[in-house]
Design a protein around this ligand. Sequence first.
Ligand SMILES: Nc1nc2c(c(=O)[nH]1)N[C@H]1C(S)=C(S)[C@@H](COP(=O)(O)O)O[C@H]1N2
Ligand SMILES: [Mo]
Length: 343
Amino acid sequence: MWWNPDLGKNIAFAPLVTAILYLGGCVNHPTDAQLEVWRKEAIARNAEIVANHAQKTQQHEWNLLIQGETAIGKSVTLNWQQLQALATDHVKTINPLDIVNPGEVSDFRGIQVSKLLQQHGVTTKVTEVTFVSFDSYYVTISLQNLLAYPIMLAIAKNGNSIKRDQGGPIYLVFPYTQYPQLKQNYNDSAWAFYVSNIVVGTEPVQVTVGKRKFDLASLDQLSQITINQTVGYRGTWPSGKVKIHGVRIRDVLALAGTQLPERGKVIVHGKAPTYQNDTNAVLLPASDVRNCDILLATRWGDDRKLIPARMGGPVTLAFSSECQAQTSPPRWVTFVEELIATP
Ligand SMILES: Nc1nc2c(c(=O)[nH]1)N[C@H]1C(S)=C(S)[C@@H](COP(=O)(O)O)O[C@H]1N2
Ligand SMILES: [Mo]
C-alpha cells in the first residue's frame, strides 16, 4: 500500500466522495488522469497527517496570524492568551466531522470571525477571506457570508479545549444547526482543523531569499516560463491541465546572489507552519533546481490572472513534467514565502 495503513482511514477515498458531490450526484467514471491527481492528493494528505502527529506544538504556543489586505496592512499575531480573552462567543451546532457522536449539538466557544475582521479592518477591494491550517490545508469564505453569519474560530467545545485529533486548538466552525443553508456553500470540507493564519483578500507578493525580499515587479524582471500541467495543489484549482506562469527557482536564486551548492538543497517555506518542521520540510535537490523547471508561480490561466489566496497565492511552487519524475513526491507548496539554499 502506498499510504501508511495505520493512518489510512479513508484518506484515499475522501477526494472521490468530494468529486462525486461536485458532479451533483450523476455517476461519472473518473479518468486515469483524475485518479492520478486524487492519488497524489491522498499521498500529500497522508504526509501532512504524519507531520501533524510528529509536530507536537503545544496549545499554549499556538498563535493566530492575521494577514493580507487589512486596514493596518501588516501581519498581526495573536498569542494563545490573547485568543482566550477574545473567545467569548458561543455557537451551538452539530459538527459534521464528529464521528464519535454524529448529529449531536456541541457548544463551541470561540471568536466570531466578523468581530476579528471588524477589529482589524478590511480594505474595500476585499471579497473573501482564506483560512490556512497548520498542515497547509486552506479554506476560503466570502466576506459577505462572514459578515452575515456567526462563523467562528472555536477554541473550546462543551467547556473543554479542542484536542488536536478533533481539529483543535483552533477549529473553523459553521453554525449549521441555526443556518442549515450554509451547507450548500460550505460543506464538511470547509471545517478547517488547526487554523494558524487568516489571510484577508490576497497578500502582496513577497518572497524572501537570503537577505533579499522580492516583490512582483522584481520577479517580473526575470524570464517568464509557462507550464501546462495537472497541478498537485489540494483544493480550489481546476482539475486537468492548467497553465501556470512564473519564474525559475534557479533564476530567483541567481537574482538574490545566492550560490546553490553542488549537492545542496533548496528549502521552500510556505505559510503553513508544517513547512518549518524538519521532518516535513520541502527540499528541492540542487540537481532538480538546475536541470528542470521548478517555478515560483505568480499567474495562471490563458489570461495570466494573478493567483489569489483562494488558490494558495500570490506565490505557489510548480513543477514542470520533467521535474515531477525526479522530485518524488512533488510538493506543490502554496503561499510560498521563503527560499533557503543549504549545503
Ligand atoms: N486542517 C485540515 N482541515 C481539514 C482537512 C485537512 O486535510 N486539514 N480536510 C477537510 C476535509 S476535505 C474533510 S471532508 C474533513 C475531513 O475530516 P476527517 O479527516 O475527520 O474525515 O476535514 C476538513 N478539514
Ligand atoms: Mo473531504
